[in-house]
Design a protein around this ligand. Sequence first.
Ligand code: GUN
Ligand code: ZN
Length: 436
Amino acid sequence: MTEVLLRGRLLTFHDEPMGGEASADAFTYIEDGGLLLRDGMIAAMDEFSALRAGEGRNLEVIDHRPHLIMPGFIDTHIHFPQMQVVGSYAGALLEWLNKYTFVEEQKFSNQGHPERIASAFFDELIRHGTTTAAAYCSVHKASVQAFFAESHRRNTRMVAGKVMMDRNAPPGLLDTAQSGYDDSAALIAEWHGKGRQHYAITPRFAPTSTPEQLEMSGALASEHPDLHIQTHLCENTAEIAFVAELFPWSRDYTHVYEHYGLLGPKTLLGHCIHLTDAEIRAIAESRSVAVFCPTSNLFIGSGLFDLARLRASEPSVRNAIATDIGGGTSYSMLRTLDEGYKILNIQGQRYHPLRSFYQATLGNARALSLEDLIGSLKVGAEADCIVLDAGATPAMRLRMETVETLVEELFLLQTMGDDRSIVEVYVAGRPAKSTL
Ligand code: GUN
Ligand code: ZN
């Protein structure tokens, strides 16, 4: 049995805080808290003194005071083969894909490359406090093997899949409808449910799949109804026009995915910026998730995610937030929350700091339908948690002198924080950042 008692200021969410008074019962905050991690799970969460008295004095205690302890961050959309694409100078999505991204992703057929990048990728996630991600691998089976092998070795809970793409990209990056299906099926059999690994059916986006491939993707989805599905939707206006050309029978872009049976409660739709009312209805009714990728949307110049519009529909659209590395520019969910705040603010949508931290933890866990396992510090959840320092840099320390409340501290973390604010990361109860 491995057991450790963390001491610090504990913060965890039970529900979405809608701001102000409404927030009080949406979270638990314990000023001098104890978090008992036992065999990779959270065994108890209480006042430190109560736990210390109740659980005995022989426990190893790690004292993280005065820092905040929260559930690990969850990134719901990230491209593992794009580590060397970040910061590529391009006009817009299609140019960015063709000029840089498709070139870089071809390197994943090179011997040793997927393993090297996988190791760097997991180091980077951990350094930034991200303990779970929904990741796109490349079209190559070896990239998925390297990803899951690395994740399994580190015992992280991850969602990932082989990108399927059989047209409109360089030959070195194409599979076929049949090989995409066969490779995905083999990877599902090997990795889905192994340790903490989840397989996601991953047709890249409508422009790079033939109708046959989307049909095969739908077949995989109906054969494995518990699997996640991840793809991109309505990120850019030229992309939308291209989809209309490629699928002339479709009512709109969303209809293409709907037609092939790819919408549903486990479906993650990256971007969702330029949607019609009919598309919002289809996404909402299918319980699919719209994934907001703020740093990417600003960097590639795709547009402003209109959260209020998605939430106002009846039923409302489920949503999540993500980095979208390498279109995105930071691995940090703190930087991502900050840029997300700015995108919403410029549209007159104030977003409370408590909601931001809810979103990066329990909110994203719910979007992945994994809230029973991750995203909170509740007893019985997996012990993935992070230790945050709002005074990690000289400028932050100075600013902290004027901070009086938890909400102000969270907002400072989000506004000025990055990997330097992540003091420690626990993955399934074991320290993972200090041991990198
Ligand atoms: N659409 C299709 N592929 C991609 C990708 O790799 N990144 C982004 N941002 N959009 C995409
Ligand atoms: Zn993406």
